[in-house]
Design a binder for this molecule. Structure first.
Ligand code: UTP
Length: 239
């Protein structure tokens, strides 16, 4: 099977500890060893936000800030590449064609951001669409998709399953509430809807949860099921 794993910067590198990066790399390597074609997209996390905040204070414009964010996502991607060793691309892929080519060659593809005015949430969905992935997994620092920001609202409910259209509606509502942060952004949700890729949003701080979701569809996050999809993909039934 072909999978794209989106690893938030706050999940992979909340600080510069090598152990966490190694654990994520080990899961990706194990999946690749089992015959899974893997594309990993890495976010910038708190480090990107710190750089962006400092550059904003210095008067940088929004595109310059995004460019700094992209650079940090690529630095984090390089950490994952360092941990993956020879099975991975030597440097973060900078566009989807490069990424797709690496996956066709059988390499583990790793990339960060691509272009200003978006986040790696959208990059992950676009890569999944480009390579026609069977599954897109968002390894985030929250348990799944909620009806409201659980840090702001006591009765926020976690969704076990949503259609892609419902995901777009939920994220659009969250976006309108100032202060709410969604685990997946609106552009990503729209690409997921357009592409029809099966998606899982889960807490990826323990990377073994990513492995269980990819191998068996087992997770405690949110399933985003494309319109008209059958009950379960065959790659899980085979597992
Ligand atoms: P992230 O995808 O890491 O944003 O990109 P995030 O929402 O903070 O995600 P986490 O915390 O890692 O989960 C960091 C910044 O890099 C720029 C944006 O400014 C974004 O906020 N960026 C990233 C781009 O402009 N384009 C991209 O393709 C990716």
């Amino acid at each position: 099977m072909k999978v794209v794993v989106s690893i938030g910067g706050s999940v992979l590198a909340p600080d510069l500890g090598s152990e966490r990066v190694s654990e994520h790399a080990a899961v990706i390597e194990a999946l690749a060893d089992e015959g899974c074609s893997v594309g990993a997209v890495v976010g910038g996390g708190g480090v990107a936000r710190e750089y962006i905040g400092t550059a904003r204070d210095l008067g940088a414009n929004e595109i310059q800030l995004d460019q700094i964010g992209i650079d940090v996502t690529r630095l984090n991607a390089r950490l994952l590449i360092a941990a993956l060793g020879g099975d991975a691309v030597p440097a973060p892929a900078e566009d989807y064609e490069e990424a797709g080519e690496a996956m066709r060659r059988g390499d583990i593809c790793v990339m960060g951001g691509v272009t200003p005015a978006q986040t790696t949430d959208a990059v992950s969905a676009a890569l999944a669409e480009y390579v026609n992935a069977d599954l897109l997994v968002y390894a985030t620092s929250v348990p799944g998709v909620f009806s409201a920001d659980p840090n702001e609202t006591d009765d926020a409910q976690q969704y076990a399953q949503l259609s892609a259209g419902e995901l777009v509606d939920v994220i659009a509502d969250l976006d309108m509430n100032a202060g709410s942060s969604a685990p997946v952004d609106l552009l990503a949700a729209k690409i997921i809807e357009r592409s029809g890729v099966r998606t899982v949003v889960l807490d990826g701080t323990d990377p073994s949860r990513i492995a269980a979701a990819v191998r068996y569809g087992d997770h405690e996050g949110t399933d985003v099921v494309p319109e008209g999809a059958g009950d379960e993909p065959t790659y899980w039934a085979e597992g």
